[in-house]
Design a protein around this ligand. Structure first.
Ligand SMILES: [Zn+2]
Length: 249
């Protein structure tokens, strides 16, 4: 018996995934393998190797109610939005593609701000509370409890409270699409802290700062919006390689 990190109750804890299993499932090939991207492996010049496992989990963080029901309901929603699973027509995101100043992007309406943002924040928070080595770069400091409270209270906060931007390689000829990248922490010259999670063809970029920090201009435009709009920048072929390089370095 241990204390669940979300509800705080002393309970039997279960094997909880850090990154939900459905996000890996899309990556499995027919042998039920996926390619996991270790930054160290890339730096060492090792060939990528397929893993026969179902992703990273931690037996010491969550009880079954918190994992399966509280976070599980957010995951079910995200699975619909990202992969169209069990989608009924009134839940379907309504996406339009635009090209602006050489960038291609999608604007999707009907993406529930609260559910989708809390889902993404829950991945960030789980990465913080786990002791699994692959998530060592994630240390939210005093923000961890604030984010936990948001998840617990079902409150996604203001748009600029822990804003999240999304890029994708979906429309590029992206040969790293079967990879899950270890989360990376970045700190800009201006002292802005962020984490980037690369999962399949999506990259989710979390900005973890006090609200009095001035964020880069594009974050204001590209973060999830309270009017249930989600914007995604589609990176082109050269940009995907540049981004991967930047993440590895
Ligand atoms: Zn719990």
């Amino acid at each position: 018996m241990k204390n669940c990190k979300l509800c705080g109750l002393e309970k039997e804890l279960i094997k909880a995934h850090i990154i939900p299993e459905f996000m890996y499932q899309n990556l499995y090939n027919e042998d039920h393998r996926f390619y996991e991207f270790s930054v160290q492996d890339i730096l060492d010049g090792k060939k990528l190797k397929p893993f026969v496992q179902i992703g990273e989990f931690d037996k010491n963080i969550l009880c079954s109610v918190c994992d399966n029901e509280r976070l599980g309901s957010l995951e079910k929603y995200a699975q619909k939005v990202l992969f169209g699973k069990n989608l009924n027509p009134n839940e379907a995101p309504d996406c339009q593609n635009y090209e602006l100043e050489g960038f291609e992007f999608s604007e999707c309406k009907n993406v529930d701000y609260k559910k989708f943002k809390l889902f993404l924040l829950s991945i960030l928070w789980r990465s913080h509370i786990t002791v699994r080595e692959k998530f060592d770069s994630v240390d939210l400091g005093p923000h961890a409890d604030k984010i936990k409270e948001m998840i617990w209270n079902n409150n996604a906060g203001e748009e600029l409270e822990y804003p999240i931007t999304t890029t994708s390689f979906i429309r590029a000829d992206y040969h790293y699409k079967d990879l899950i990248l270890e989360p990376r922490r970045m700190r800009s010259k201006e002292g802005i802290n962020s984490y980037i999670f690369s999962i399949g063809s999506f990259q989710f970029h979390f900005y973890v700062n006090s609200t009095n920090h001035r964020l880069p201009e594009f974050v204001y435009e590209m973060t999830l919006k309270k009017d249930n709009t989600m914007r995604i920048i589609h990176l082109k072929n050269a940009m995907e390689t540049a981004l991967i390089k930047k993440l590895v370095e």
